[in-house]
Design a protein around this ligand. Structure first.
Ligand SMILES: Cc1cc2nc3c(=O)[nH]c(=O)nc-3n(C[C@H](O)[C@H](O)[C@H](O)COP(=O)(O)OP(=O)(O)OC[C@H]3O[C@@H](n4cnc5c(N)ncnc54)[C@H](O)[C@@H]3O)c2cc1C
Length: 458
């Protein structure tokens, strides 16, 4: 069978692009190598409990019915409803550095007041930075890369405040170490500080299942266990994909969410060479299931971003895990109408992918346990001691991410250099998702929609 578009990958971006194209009656097939949907944002069941892979919080929170902003745009473009996402707002999050703590909620004024109280000499500059952010067109696909640290330092002189602002923005959306592109900074600033966090009561599976149901109801085909091995081409145009089992599928266009380096490696020999280096920013995540709610232990924050040193280090660590900083997320601490089934504490820290990829199999499990203990040791400096309440644990590493998504280096935010306009050396092969450049859950969905609109629905 021949399709209008074949989409590689059933993560957030691939599924969103699929819905958008199927809505316009395009014949679309999504091919996914894994046995399930979701990619970096999937879900699984382990020892009779449900887990999310990559959900701390959905950024860009908006109250149901809101007309402006990325979330309402996304829902409109996908013809989905606020109920399909069922988002509940965060309670409160914190950025914790030595001797300084800033809280923020989904009300931006709370953050402004916190900055004013903790950094009175910087508040005027901070307000001018907020104005600059409001005026910047971060979604311009023809944008130039500009250092965000350079721009921010024009407004804020105190390095501690600079790093406290960068910490959550980089943790939740920087493919580059130490600094980020100013447009990406603006996207993340708005999505975290202006709009804030929400989470569906049932976790990410709710949104994923709605997307798939919607896609199929519009006539789309979704094939699992259907990894793409090769993309064939003639005269600068992709013609078909070959699956791992040798099946060939023809398509007028191909849209890949597998990553830039990963996709270019699939192109059969003879295409013009284009450089795409995979990134190496990855994480280890420790998930503890508790016999009580974190609030019962006195922990009410939704997310805590911490750094034990005044200078925030965001780069591939030389150690297996960077214990100097991390993210502590409690999925319980959202504004639900009823409590979640069990208590959870998720702790995420930067990891060295090369260490985890190269470990011999017989050392891997012991190494995960060892570093899990150390990650928790460093996190309990910032939240109440919870270890006597742990009834189950799961840990994943860059190696897990590589295994289940195919991302080289188990890289979460993709290549440092993005393909912002989605184009590749083949005129009808496009990229969406992580390596197009819109990151995170909402970013990936908007990326799928944007590239579908720009190149496949003209
Ligand atoms: C631990 C963790 C926590 C996170 N927390 C958050 C958070 O709280 N909030 C947030 O907004 N974002 C979060 N993210 C990031 C977010 O999950 C991702 O940015 C987003 O899901 C990326 O979606 P994507 O579609 O671009 O890519 P992916 O999800 O990677 O989708 C690509 C898909 O392509 C498939 N694939 C690859 N190669 C092939 C092939 N050859 N053939 C067929 N299929 C193939 C993969 O299996 C995968 O399913 C987190 C990520 C992680 C890992």
């Amino acid at each position: 069978m021949k399709y209008d578009t074949v989409i590689i990958g059933a993560g957030m971006s691939g599924l969103s692009a699929g819905v958008r194209l199927a809505y316009y009656e395009k014949k679309v097939c999504i091919l996914e190598r894994h046995t399930t949907i979701g990619g970096l944002n999937s879900f699984y069941r382990l020892r009779k409990r449900n887990y999310d892979v990559g959900l701390h919080a959905i950024t860009n929170y908006a109250e149901p019915g809101t007309k402006q902003g990325p979330l309402s745009k996304l829902l409109r473009q996908l013809r989905m409803t606020w109920e399909d996402f069922d988002l509940r707002p965060q309670l409160r999050s914190s950025i914790v550095f030595p001797d300084c703590r800033l809280h923020f909620t989904n009300q931006f004024s709370v953050f402004v007041d916190q900055v004013a109280a903790a950094f009175p000499s910087q508040i005027d500059g901070f307000r001018r930075l907020v104005q600059r952010i409001a005026e910047h067109d971060a979604l311009n696909l023809d944008r130039q890369v500009v250092s965000a640290r350079q721009v921010v330092s024009e407004y804020i002189r105190d390095p501690l405040l600079v790093d406290m602002i960068f910490c959550p923005l980089m943790f939740y959306g920087s493919a580059t170490p130490r600094d980020m592109d100013f447009s990406q900074f603006v996207i993340m600033f708005k999505s975290i500080f202006h709009e804030g966090f929400g989470r569906p009561f049932e976790g990410i599976r709710l949104i994923l299942k709605k997307l798939v149901r919607h896609f199929r109801s519009l006539g789309g085909d979704l094939r699992l266990r259907a990894g793409v091995r090769e993309i064939s081409h003639t005269n600068g145009r992709a013609t078909s994909v070959t699956l791992d089992d040798g099946t060939e599928i023809e398509a007028d266009n191909i849209l890949s969410s597998a990553g830039a380096a990963e996709t270019l490696r699939m192109i059969s020999p003879g295409s013009p060479p284009v450089k795409a280096e995979p990134g190496d920013i990855s994480f280890v995540e420790s998930i503890s299931v508790l016999d009580c709610a974190p609030a019962d232990l006195g922990h009410r924050d939704t997310i805590v971003f911490y750094s034990d040193s005044p200078a925030f280090h965001y780069e591939r660590p030389s150690e297996p895990v960077d214990l100097r900083s991390g993210i502590i997320c409690s999925p319980n601490n959202f504004d639900y109408s009823e409590p979640l089934e069990d208590g959870r504490i998720r702790i995420t820290a930067l990891a060295n992918p090369h260490h985890w990829m190269n470990l011999p199999d017989d050392q891997y499990v012991a190494e995960k346990d060892r570093w899990n203990d150390r990650i928790i040791d460093s996190a309990v400096k910032h939240i109440p001691e919870f270890r006597s309440h742990v009834i189950d644990t799961d840990v994943f590493t860059p190696r897990t991410i590589r295994r289940f998504t195919g991302h080289l280096n188990g890289c979460v935010y993709g290549a440092p250099e993005k393909f912002v306009n989605g184009q590749t050396p083949l005129s009808n092969l496009f990229l969406c998702g992580t390596d197009q450049g819109f990151l995170g859950i909402v970013g990936a969905m908007l990326s799928g929609i944007t590239i579908a609109n720009r190149h496949l629905l003209k």
